[in-house]
Design a protein around this ligand. Structure first.
Ligand code: ADP
Length: 259
């Protein structure tokens, strides 16, 4: 008997329009367990609309979406999905809480009554803090942290519910290049070591190939979906992007395509 492979997200022929304005046309793709997919495209390409579709926040004109092999409209296990929006937009930066408290809030929001933190929860939070190497930030006020530090704390807050999928929306917008590199490296580690599937939205196609394994490039419709390593071999992509840019994106070769 053939064993059906589980998928994390299955997007089937999805089209979305805002009134008469078409944002997505016939998009199909699958996020499999332990994938690290970069969702890339120019401004206005429909990246945010695709993420909103996954969360059921915009009506689909055509097509369907499944999450963990369940039709999205019937999906209830949202604790399996961690979402990190653009920097700090979920938490008031002046919120008077320590780093540790902000992370614990991630646990509380998942709990039914009684909403209290147990000793086991404390241990779990401590493990995540250690894993993300933010022990020194534990007692500091969230509002006093740098952008890169706040981003790590918000990631820790997502991780407390042991997600199997993490969705990042332009996580590097407000980060300096060093913080961006170390944040993307951290995401790669979580993907590799813990097998968490990652969908990372970015407009920066020339950077993310160092970390992600697959590229989903959209411009209203799918331009490319597949491995970065195959992207650079594609004649279609060479014709679309030009050879120079193709190798900037693929990260498999130097930009002259020599190695
Ligand atoms: P991206 O995230 O790639 O920048 P978006 O998904 O935000 O793209 O937008 C795709 C297109 O849909 C753009 O042309 C944008 O102007 C339009 N759009 C996005 N949200 C809305 C909305 N709520 N109402 C009308 N048009 C929208």
């Amino acid at each position: 008997m053939a064993i059906k492979k589980m998928s994390i997200i299955k997007i089937n022929n999805v089209s979305v329009s805002y009134n008469s304005h078409e944002a997505l046309r016939d998009v199909s793709c699958v996020v499999e367990p332990a994938d690290f997919i970069a969702l890339v495209g120019p401004n206005g390409a429909g990246k945010t609309t695709l993420v909103k579709s996954i969360f059921g926040l915009v009506p689909l004109k055509t097509g369907s979406i499944e999450l963990f092999d369940t039709p999205a409209r019937k999906f209830t296990q949202w604790c399996k999905v961690g979402y990190l929006p653009q920097q700090s937009s979920t938490i008031n930066p002046l919120f008077p809480a320590t780093t540790e408290e902000v992370i614990e809030l991630g646990l509380l929001s998942q709990k039914r009554n009684p909403k209290s933190i147990t000793a086991k929860d404390k241990k779990h939070v401590a493990e995540i803090i250690e894993k993300l190497k933010i022990t020194d930030l534990k007692k500091r006020m969230f509002s006093e942290l740098s952008g890169g530090q706040q981003q790590k704390v918000l990631l820790a807050r997502c991780l407390v519910s042991k997600p199997q999928l993490l969705i990042f929306d332009e996580p590097s917008t407000a980060l300096d290049p060093d913080s961006r590199e170390s944040f993307f490296e951290l995401i790669k580690q979580l993907n590799k070591q813990d097998g968490i599937a990652v969908l990372l939205v970015t407009h920066d196609a020339g950077f993310v190939g160092k970390f992600a394994q697959k590229l989903l490039y959209i411009d209203k419709k799918i331009v490319y979906f597949g491995k970065f390593s195959e992207f650079c071999k594609s004649d279609d992509m060479r014709a679309f992007f030009g050879e120079h840019y193709q190798h900037i994106v693929c990260h498999q070769h130097d930009i002259t395509g020599n190695n």
